[in-house]
Design a protein around this ligand. Structure first.
Ligand SMILES: Cc1ncc(COP(=O)(O)O)c(C=O)c1O
Length: 448
């Protein structure tokens, strides 16, 4: 046991696994055992490990300019290049980019931009934010309040009311549909519920709705077809902005450039981190439409400074690396690759649909999850998180990293650079893990 206090870990737990190095889609532990990184770290190492081009750019940038801040309009080339590159890629007209270090801080930035915008447009009461059950948006006080997962709320007395959080239902059909309800009916019900919530709160008090195109940490929950157009129609009716959290779904994860394009969303603002730099260094971006930015800029001379920024906003290292990563995505057609190999991954994952432990196979592009259940016909959940955790441990023994999530879901989110043979390796190892888990639940009498 070292002096570490580990993040998102039971404080009484000690070291679980010591990772020593990475190479392509693989990591190695201290004993030299190799694992296929089926979770791309924490949904982030899209280009895998040890990419020499990125290492070279990082080294060069540190030699040239290791730090420069951005307060008061002081700037530098690598930040401006990154902002322009990102703005040219996103589906937002005349996009403007605010740089940070993590998904959590980028979402906090949007909370502040929304509030600043409300003041700038003379509607200071229009600050409430709709956020969904099972959504994950980070762990800072504001972003944890947007997050809709109880373990990230417990014991923290989060400022839900002060931030005006309005909690909407999750779009997870498998768990949230009423008996006999079709997907289309579920889509319509969620849209109607959203409208009822907006009317109950007062449409003029709500600024934005935040949503991940596909909720990752909530369990890889794929909304049914037509979900976002139905939601968007409601938001548009009341002039409520759609804030698209692309921290996992951005940059090819769903088999398209952005989750918004994969899921038919028309966002007003977008948030990026993780794959923005393929996690080589921490960097994030809150990106807003030109229209939203202009409303702020118009009033800014009367409002004084936008008093928000991090020492490391636009850190030269993060910017240089992210710019290179975006270039590689385009040059090597990584999004198209993710679409092709992702289609193969999804077809192979479907083989688990008939496994006696699997209630739902969900997935799209290069992300997926299996929900393990005690009774498939009844969708009976297992208690606690033991079964998913057992399965993830069994996968680890077989040399595959997957991630157990709440509700005994086991998630996969491999680096986008994997090939078909890596998909086969994932499926083989996951099969071993699932069968070991079936033996375990049978032995422990956990099936219902
Ligand atoms: C969708 C989403 N948004 C925000 C975050 C928070 O990012 P970070 O952990 O970099 O603060 C995450 C992290 O997993 C995420 O998945």
């Amino acid at each position: 046991m070292t002096s570490m206090l580990y993040p998102t870990t039971n404080p009484s737990a000690s070291e679980q696994m010591i990772v020593s190095r990475g190479d392509g889609p693989y990591i190695y532990d201290r004993a030299g055992k190799r694992y296929l990184e089926g979770m791309a770290g924490l949904w982030c190492t899209s280009l895998g490990y040890g990419n020499e081009e990125i290492i070279e750019v990082a080294t060069q940038q540190m030699r040239e300019l290791s730090f420069s801040h951005m307060f008061g309009g002081k700037t530098h080339d690598s930040a401006m290049q990154l902002a322009d590159k990102l703005a040219s890629m996103v589906p937002l007209a005349n996009a403007r980019v605010f740089l940070g270090n993590s998904g959590s801080d980028a979402n906090d930035t949007v909370v502040k931009l929304v509030r600043y915008h409300a003041s700038a447009t003379g509607r200071p009461d229009r600050v409430k934010i709709i956020a969904r059950d099972k959504g994950y948006h980070g762990v800072s006080l504001a972003s944890a309040s947007l997050t809709g997962l109880p373990p990230n709320h417990a014991h923290f007395q989060l400022p839900f009311d002060a931030l005006g959080i309005v909690r909407a239902g999750s779009p997870h059909y498998y768990r949230n549909a009423n008996p006999g309800e079709s997907e289309a009916e579920f889509v319509a019900r969620r849209a109607n519920e959203l409208e009822a919530q907006i009317l109950a709160e007062g449409p003029d008090t709500i600024a934005a709705m935040v949503a991940e195109p596909v909720s990752g940490a909530g369990g890889v929950l794929i909304p049914p077809a037509g979900h976002y157009p139905a939601i968007q129609a409601v938001l548009d009716r009341y002039g409520i902005a759609l804030w698209d959290d692309e921290v996992i779904c951005g940059f090819g994860r769903l088999g398209k450039d952005f989750g918004a394009n994969a899921m038919d969303m028309k966002p007003d603002m977008m948030v990026f981190a993780k794959a923005l730099s393929s996690a080589y260094v921490p960097v994030s971006a809150a990106v807003i439409s030109g229209e939203f930015a202009e409303a702020i800029e118009g009033a800014a001379s009367d409002m004084g400074v936008f008093g928000h920024g991090y020492t490391y906003s636009g850190h030269p290292l993060g910017c240089a690396v992210a710019h290179k990563v975006l270039e590689i995505y385009e040059r090597d057609r990584i999004f198209e690759h993710a679409e092709t190999v992702g289609a193969y991954l999804q077809s192979r994952l479907q083989e688990f649909a008939s496994h006696p432990l699997v209630g739902e196979v969900s997935g799209m592009g290069m992300i997926g999850a299996l929900e393990l259940v005690a009774n498939r016909a009844e969708k009976t959940p297992f208690e606690g998180m033991v079964v998913g955790a057992f399965c993830a441990k069994a996968a680890e023994s077989a040399g595959l990293i997957v991630r157990p999530l709440g509700g005994n879901r086991v998630a996969l989110c491999p680096p986008l650079i994997i090939e078909r043979e890596h998909v086969d390796e994932i499926i083989d190892k996951l099969t071993i893990a699932l069968n070991a888990t079936l033996d375990f639940v049978t032995r422990e009498n956990l099936l219902k």
